[in-house]
Design a protein around this ligand. Structure first.
Ligand code: HEM
Length: 150
């Protein structure tokens, strides 16, 4: 069983982040990685965090998928597509226009937790998948920019 637990996050907390194990990108490959991000966005489209994303414009939604995949491929040790296409990552600044609270972060992570187990069935080592999970689990805390609603 994969260990995909969500660390409690809060506004203003920025725990140290470790990049995913290079074996993750090596075994997933670009094509499957783009398909993974695609699946994540399609789950978002049908979720209660859809309001954060450009779900009503197909071109913008496809572009959003591409930008996210470019970044994840780059951070996982693949080609630096994001730098080439979008410039410096500046992830906190790029998320600033969107009101991301702990609840939305959790939902975003839960949607990854739904699709990552398929990679294990496809032969990707659990250790590699868990290293990707740890990266998104922790780095997503940095994206919280809005207090939780009481
Ligand atoms: C590990 C954590 C995360 C990473 C690495 C990440 C990465 C990215 C990247 C690369 C982009 C595209 C930025 C651009 O090209 O301008 C993006 C956009 C976005 N992200 Fe994240 N993200 C993370 C977490 C989250 C979370 C937790 C949420 C909300 C629940 C979120 C919501 C958004 C939204 C709303 C956009 C804009 C989509 C658009 O209109 O293009 N992200 N993210």
């Amino acid at each position: 069983m994969l260990k995909l637990e969500i660390t409690a996050g809060e506004l203003g907390s920025r725990p140290p982040v470790t990049k995913p194990h290079p074996g993750f990108y090596d075994s997933v490959g670009e094509e499957r990685f783009r398909a993974l991000v695609d699946e994540h966005y399609e789950l978002i489209r049908n979720s209660d965090i859809d309001f954060l994303f450009p779900v009503n414009d197909d071109d913008d939604f496809e572009q959003a998928k591409k930008n996210a995949a470019d970044f994840f491929i780059q951070i996982c040790g693949g080609p630096d597509y994001f730098n080439q296409n979008r410039g410096l990552p500046q992830m906190i600044g790029r998320h600033a226009p969107f009101r991301i609270d702990e609840r939305s972060r959790r939902r975003w992570l839960e949607l990854y937790a739904e699709i990552l187990p398929k990679l294990e069935d496809e032969g990707v080592k659990s250790e590699y998948i868990e290293s990707f999970w740890s990266y998104i689990d922790i780095f997503s805390i940095w994206m919280i920019n809005t207090p939780s609603a009481k």
